[in-house]
Design a protein around this ligand. Sequence first.
Ligand code: GLU
Length: 284
Amino acid sequence: MTAYIGRFAPSPTGPLHAGSLVAALASWLDARAHGGQWLVRIEDVDGPRCPPGMDALILQQLDQLGLRPDAPPEWQSRRSPLYEAALQRLIDAGQAYGCACTRAEIAAAAGPRQRHGELVYPGSRRNGTHGRPVRAWRFRVDGRIDWQDRRLGRQTQDLAVEVGDFVLKRADGLWAYQLAVVVDDADQGITDIVRGEDLADNTPRQIALQRALGLPLPRYLHTPLVLAPDGQKLSKQNGAAALDLSDPAARLREAAGVLGLQASGADLLPSLVTAWQARHGDNG
Ligand code: GLU
């Protein structure tokens, strides 16, 4: 059996909230249930969106909750050379290309095709920059990705139709989440990705990158989302409150409830590991 290495990878745009705690707890429980390691990676590639000190606050919140990583955390902002090398490999293999398009040009070419507020990039623009400066670097998508989620079952997405050639390095010079996450998961030897269901839709892009870079494919489990009172996904963006950690056990019980787990023993976290094992231990 391969050794299990899991991770929690928060973007430090705000403190932990009820939704991100579910992902943190689930990834921790899955690692413990498999006798594996659990790592924390601070995903601060989008520096302007990360207020100073938020990373330290998240790490402190995790500590208060008793979710402690097995190795010192990593920060994506310190790992640019790895992303640069991966981009270069994709360029050399003809799988990434420089794109000179402005937003207005993409909008004009793509018409109304939008996905989660982002324009679907038309493949017709792949054929060179015609001497204009490169703005962003994009991945050349190709076809349908089928994949298996440990909770959601079989999934499929046609990248060419639904997503288009996606950005690896942005016009403002920042690394895109898709590239950074794939490079880091492989570099850290992550075998299992457990994270919120809102990210399931990114998984086919990440699998396409893993294949193009010849990286191992991790297993995936996407957890249920916590919904805000208006039925939307609870997120930092719609003002999710920071966790009240005056009673960490109560917060852990709430997060466990979202995962369909009940603690039966006096020792909360170990009894949740047992409950998780009963639910997810035999399918991955
Ligand atoms: N950094 C991402 C977020 O906080 C999660 C990335 C991942 O788990 O793959 O939404």
